[in-house]
Design a protein around this ligand. Structure first.
Ligand code: C2E
Ligand code: CA
Ligand code: CA
Ligand code: CA
Length: 279
């Protein structure tokens, strides 16, 4: 039986060959795009849930194509993680976010941190602490100017090393948010020991929070859990005023979503911020 399954594993058909060739070609294109500096960051505002004032920006990767369209991160991040390309791309993201924060600071928004998404490969197989320090130093940023977002599943891969690296980042003034909260299976006793600053409730629970009693109960539980651990809670995917009102009424600290603003180029963020200041 062992022999048979071995043969089955080695069975390689034309469909699989095409699939791997495609992935290999895409990986090659990504490599070239990193070298040529073709990637961009867009920034999405995170607002105070009650006041509506901006409190942070999330940096989101965009890969523009010649026809003006964008390849969404969902179509290339996984491949970048599988091939290790995410280390070079992630390094670029950290430095580009730092450069953007420097521009924000120059415009009077030094207290508006930029949050960067970080993959497991970056956390465990690169000098993340050094990368953040260098980026902050190169762009003259103060403590707290950069944050990072990690998912639960990333942390659970190697809790001991995660705890150590997060501790160093925290000591260097890089805040940490737990992304897509509620979709993983972290043990609460473990989370309690991590140097976290905030939790982000996944969009999946926010979408129908007003009409789905089950999701409303989950949001209430996540809010209470976050607050009892001394963390601020951010809801993502907020698209309607009804959702924002429900979240604010239930003590949610910050909101992010199309209602408050789509991910956009930095110039557009600066224009939006200027307007909010004069309002
Ligand atoms: P995420 O970190 O959960 O980011 C939130 C996603 O929700 C973004 O998709 C954002 O554009 C989208 N979004 C925000 N507000 C709304 C809303 O109101 N409604 C709906 N329907 N969607 C909303 P995006 O930009 O396509 O990114 C997808 C995922 O790709 C991110 O999920 C993140 O996991 C990953 N990603 C993006 N940029 C980076 C990066 O620089 N590094 C790494 N490692 N991953 C990244
Ligand atoms: Ca995120
Ligand atoms: Ca998220
Ligand atoms: Ca998500």
């Amino acid at each position: 039986a062992a022999r048979e399954s071995g043969v089955a594993l080695l069975h390689f058909n034309a469909g699989m060959a095409a699939h791997y060739t495609e992935r290999l070609q895409l990986a090659g294109r990504i490599h070239i795009a990193i070298d040529r500096g073709e990637f961009l960051l867009h920034f999405q505002p995170i607002m105070d849930a009650a006041e509506g004032s901006p409190v942070a920006l999330e940096a989101l990767l965009r890969w523009p194509q010649l026809d003006g369209s964008f390849i969404p991160p969902a179509d290339f991040i996984q491949l970048c993680e599988d091939t290790g390309l995410i280390i070079a791309l992630g390094r670029w993201v950290i430095h580009a976010a730092a450069r953007a924060q420097q521009q924000l600071s120059a415009a009077g928004w030094q207290h508006l941190p930029i949050a960067v998404n970080v993959s497991a490969v970056q956390l465990f197989n690169s000098d993340l602490v050094g990368e953040f320090s260098r980026a902050m130093q190169d762009h003259g940023l103060a403590r707290g100017a950069l944050q990072m977002e990690l998912t639960e599943s990333v942390l659970m891969r190697n809790p001991t090393q995660a705890l150590q690296t997060l501790g160093h980042l925290h000591a260097n003034g890089v805040g940490v948010a737990l992304d897509d909260f509620g979709t993983g299976f972290s043990s609460m006793s473990y989370l309690q020991h991590l140097p976290l600053d905030s939790l982000k409730i996944d969009r999946g629970f926010v979408t129908d929070v007003e009409s789905n009693p089950r999701n409303a109960a989950i949001c209430r539980a996540l809010l209470s859990l976050g607050h009892s651990m001394g963390l601020s809670v951010i809801a993502e995917g907020v698209e309607t005023e009804g959702q924002r009102r429900w979240l604010a009424a239930h003590g949610c600290d910050q909101v992010q979503g199309y209602l408050l603003g789509r991910p956009m180029p930095l110039e557009q963020v600066l224009a939006m911020l200027d307007e909010s200041r004069s309002a």
